[in-house]
Write a protein that binds this ligand. Structure first.
Ligand SMILES: Nc1ncnc2c1ncn2[C@@H]1O[C@H](COP(=O)(O)OP(=O)(O)OP(=O)(O)O)[C@@H](O)[C@H]1O
Length: 910
């Protein structure tokens, strides 16, 4: 029979890949630590060991409080399960061998819904409230004791708020001894063992003192003796007794004695908890001196000091309610703990950054000065932080934890040999010697052995003291250098300050001198100003005195001038009045004085005028001298030529610019003032009166020939003029006046331009007043010529023609017809007429004046205008009316009459 064929099978050429299983590490393939990593680990471990050890011990809550809280918590709140932290009113719980968690209690929370817990880690060890004293000793103190017995110094500091169990941790109680008794026991046990084991012999001594506040200072109190106070010198306490201890019992009894002496005080905080607070920093030192049995050994004896410090608990003043000395005590305690913390923080910062200097905070308290070597990292130190876990102590606890947790980073990189510590503490060797002496007395029978021991001790002490001296010498040298450097700096600063002060002093003196000089200058200037004022007053008085006499000699020159016409008109109008004429004359004189004041007050006019030299001055002088002579002959009055020169004022200044300015000023014043403007408007006559002189060459005379123009008008206003009307016939004869006038004309003609002279001569031949008007006409012509150079007046005709026109009065009476180019003068003529009219209409002043010097001149003018006298005016007028050329005075009178009829026309034009 045949068998069935096998089923077809498919062979897959590319079977699916399976993912490789991940390589599993073999147990045998564990990497061995490299030598480098091992070295680093060892170093890390070593460094960890060399760090500052900080232990935390949490004390149990007091029994009463615990019971109370348990009673409060148990019955009521069944619905809500309390939080673990708040279960027993505890804010601090242990979270690990090296960490704790601090929870903010409900009462301290700002937001009750959001709790906050801080974890503090990195402690060398955390001891729960259930920890025993032995646990603390084994972990905290035993390493230190071992180091101590090995010859290394160490420090244990118990820190924490009041009532946190510091004293309990260090001293404990007879039933539950603290780390100090346990350490002493350990030490003596070890000593006994060493004797048995033939280890090097050691001697121990114990000292116990406290630093407490005294007022605002601190003091050290030896707790083992009744001696006087101890003194802290650098890190050594002078006078502190170190009691040698041979066994544990002696040591324990010494400690108990010291604790009894330790000052205590009950504060409010402690009274609540029935706890007696120790208000001082207590320090216990155990010194061990290692001695070689072989006396001849070269090895120096090594000694170590184990220091245990029970700091007074910091407390919050608000809570304790301390006052007075208690408050000072509290401040001292808080200050000490603060300084202690600053020192450690500074050490940490210095270790982090070597550039940062190590601050000298240790100087701020005795405790830190004594513990300087530890606080600067040269010797080992261990901290035990005692805290209370209750909610009420949250603030104290958190403050302490926050303050001390950074200290765990402090390293000990430059630990000193413990022998140095011995050398420092050997300053109290005298005490040990005393103890040895006592021992020697006690152990006399032993004889030679005791003496040998003593000898060895003394040798050690001398060697150690030599080292101390050297160290002190070094320190003193450095201090000396520092002091000398600072002294130099201070000296240089003082020198700089001194120089700066000197400079300021010099500047001050200079400024004072300058001020004095300025004062003197001001004084001088004041004096000068006063003198000038006086001169000015004198000059003003001169002006007021001398202008009128000067004016008195010129009416002849202005015979046909409008101003003279006005004067005559006013004079005539006043003289016609029977009795008040004299008063009217006074009034006129007053006006003249006012007007003259106005004219002469320009201070610049004096120098400019008085500086005139040459022909013009001579001419003026001649004219004035003529007047003066005339006056003197009549009234025996003396005139000063210099004053008469200056009396002309700014309006008659030879400088055309000044003239113009003066005129403008006058016109402004006229415009601005009322009656006074009307009164002074008569001065404007001066210009047209003098404007007809066309002599172009005689410029220098112009200023001075203006003066007669002024004089004419003033004479017309002066009282002397009116009085002259009455007296001229009796005092002076017509002949005399003619002679004087002729002489004046001759004299002036010599200095005048020939044209002007000739013109004046022409006038003389035509008029009956030629004798007086000749000279003045020439002067007027020359004056006007110069005046026209700068004024608006035109130079239109030669002098003779002008003089002719003057003689014919055409320019005065009808300027628009005979002299069209001088239309402006017409306005002033009208003003003059108006002023004259005003004068004539002014009320008479009955006041009499004594100034009568113008009488001769006035009489002369009257003669010029009126002939023999006022009485003949009418007759002469009639006579002259028949002539082809009527008298100038008549023409003027006519003009004035016209002005009376139309007074407002000129004013409106002005
Ligand atoms: N771990 C602890 N176990 C039991 N009782 C303790 C413990 N710690 C402290 N106490 C008790 O608390 C009280 C106060 O303790 P202690 O005197 O040591 O506080 P303190 O920090 O030294 O206070 P102060 O700084 O004011 O002297 C003592 O009666 C002490 O017996």
């Amino acid at each position: 029979m045949a068998s069935p064929p096998p089923p077809p099978s498919t062979i897959r050429r590319n079977p699916p890949r399976r993912a490789r299983p991940p390589p599993t590490p073999l147990a045998s393939a564990k990497p061995k630590p490299s030598p480098l990593s091992r070295l680093l680990d060892d170093e890390a471990a070593a460094s960890q060991e060399e760090r500052l050890k900080v232990f935390l011990r949490i004390r149990p809550l007091p029994d009463q409080e615990r019971d109370r809280r348990s009673r409060l918590m148990a019955p009521k709140d069944h619905r809500r399960k309390p939080k673990p932290a708040a279960a027993g009113g505890v804010c601090l719980v242990v979270t690990g061998p090296n960490s704790v968690a601090l929870t903010v209690p409900q009462s301290k929370l700002t937001d009750s819904k959001r709790g906050r817990t801080d974890v503090f880690d990195g402690f060398s060890g955390v001891f729960s409230p259930d920890s025993s004293q032995l646990d603390i000793f084994n972990h905290v103190m035993n390493p230190l004791v071992d180091d101590f017995l090995g010859g290394k110094s160490g420090l244990l500091v118990a820190m924490g708020p009041t009532g946190s169990g510091k004293t309990h941790t260090i001293f404990g109680s007879p039933r539950n001894p603290g780390i100090l008794p346990l350490a002493l026991r350990q030490i003596f046990n070890a000593a006994n063992e060493s004797k048995v084991g033939k280890q090097p012999a050691r001697s121990f001594s114990l000292s116990m003192f406290e630093i407490l506040s005294e007022g605002k200072g601190e003091r050290i109190l030896d707790l083992l003796s009744d001696a006087a106070e101890c003194v802290l010198q650098q890190s050594t306490i002078k006078g502190l007794q170190e009691v040698a201890i041979t066994d544990f019992v002696d040591a324990e009894s010494l400690v108990s004695r010291g604790m009894m002496k330790r000052s205590t005080a009950a504060t409010n905080a402690n009274s609540k908890s029935r706890h007696v607070s120790l208000r001082s920093q207590c320090i216990i030192t155990i010194r061990a001196v290692h001695k070689s049995i072989d006396v001849e050994s070269e090895h120096l004896p090594s000694s170590a000091v184990l220091t245990i410090a029970d700091l007074a608990g910091a407390e919050r003043e608000r809570r304790t309610g301390n006052q007075g000395s208690r408050l000072l005590e509290s401040n001292f305690i808080n200050n000490t703990s603060m300084v202690f913390g600053h020192c450690l923080r500074s050490l940490l910062e210095h270790q982090k950054n070597q550039k940062k200097p190590l601050e000298m905070h240790f100087k701020n308290s005795m405790l830190t000065r004594y513990l300087r070597d530890y606080l600067e990292g040269r010797k080992k130190m261990t901290l035990v932080l005692n805290v209370k876990p209750g909610d009420d102590d949250y603030l104290d606890t958190t403050f302490l934890l926050r303050q001390a947790s950074p200290y765990m980073k402090i390293k000990y990189t430059s630990l000193e040999d413990s022998s140095d510590l011995v050398s420092q503490k050997r300053s109290n060797a005298s005490l040990i010697c005393q103890e040895n002496k006592k021992k020697r007395k006690v152990h006399k029978p032993e004889g030679i052995v005791v003496e040998r021991k003593e000898k060895v001790d003394m040798d050690d002490i001398t060697k150690v003291s030599d080292r101390d001296n050297k160290a002190q010498l070094k320190f003193l040298n450095s201090e000396l250098q520092r002091v000398s450097r600072s002294g130099k700096i201070m000296t240089s600063i003082a020198k700089v300050l001194w120089t700066v002060l000197k400079q300021y002093k010099h500047k001050l003196l200079d400024s004072e001198n300058a001020a004095e000089n300025m004062k003197e200058l001001i004084r001088d200037k004041d004096i000068q100003i006063m003198e000038l004022k006086k001169e000015l007053e004198v000059l003003n008085s001169c002006c007021s005195c001398k202008n009128f006499p000067i004016v008195g000699d010129t009416p002849r020159a202005q015979d046909d001038a409008m101003s003279s016409g006005e004067a005559v008109q006013s004079l005539v109008s006043q003289s016609n009045k029977p009795d008040p004429s004299y008063a009217a004359a006074d009034n006129v004189h007053q006006f003249a004085a006012e007007a003259e004041e106005f004219t002469c007050h320009g201070p610049k006019s004096f120098p400019s005028h008085c500086d005139l030299k040459g022909e013009s001055a001579n001419c003026e002088t001649l004219a004035i001298s003529l007047i003066d002579e005339q006056e003197l002959s009549s009234r025996d009055f003396k005139t000063e030529k210099s004053c008469s020169l200056g009396a002309s004022g700014p309006m008659i200044d030879s400088e055309s610019g000044n003239t113009k300015a003066g005129l403008q000023v006058v016109h402004k014043e006229l415009d601005s003032s009322g009656n006074f403007a009307e009164e002074t408007s008569s001065h404007s006559i001066r210009k047209p009166a003098c404007s007809h002189s066309d002599n172009p060459s005689d410029k220098g005379l112009t200023g001075h020939h203006k003066m007669p123009c002024l004089r004419i008008e003033r004479v017309g206003q002066s009282p002397q003029f009116s009085s002259c009307n009455k007296e001229s016939t009796t005092e002076q004869s017509k002949e005399e006046s003619e002679e004087l006038s002729t002489t004046a004309v001759d004299d002036i003609a010599e200095v005048m331009h020939p044209d002007s002279v000739s013109s004046s001569q022409q006038v003389k031949s035509d008029t009956e007043d030629v004798s007086s008007s000749q000279s003045l006409q020439g002067m007027v012509a020359s004056q006007k010529k110069a005046e026209e150079l700068d004024t608006e007046f035109e130079i239109c005709e030669p002098a003779p023609a002008v003089i002719e026109s003057l003689v014919n009065h055409g320019c005065r009476g009808r300027p628009e017809r005979t002299c069209p180019a001088k239309a402006s003068n017409h306005v002033k003529v009208s003003e003059a007429e108006e002023a004259a009219h005003t004068f004539a209409s002014r009320p008479f002043n009955t006041k009499k004046t004594t100034r009568r010097r113008l009488q001769p001149a006035a009489s002369m003018m009257l003669k010029e205008f009126c002939g023999a006298g006022m009485e003949d005016i009418d007759t002469r007028r009639e006579d002259r009316s028949n002539k082809s050329y009527s008298g100038k005075s008549d023409v003027l009178i006519e003009l004035l009459k016209k002005g009376r009829t139309v007074p407002s026309a000129g004013r409106a034009r002005a």
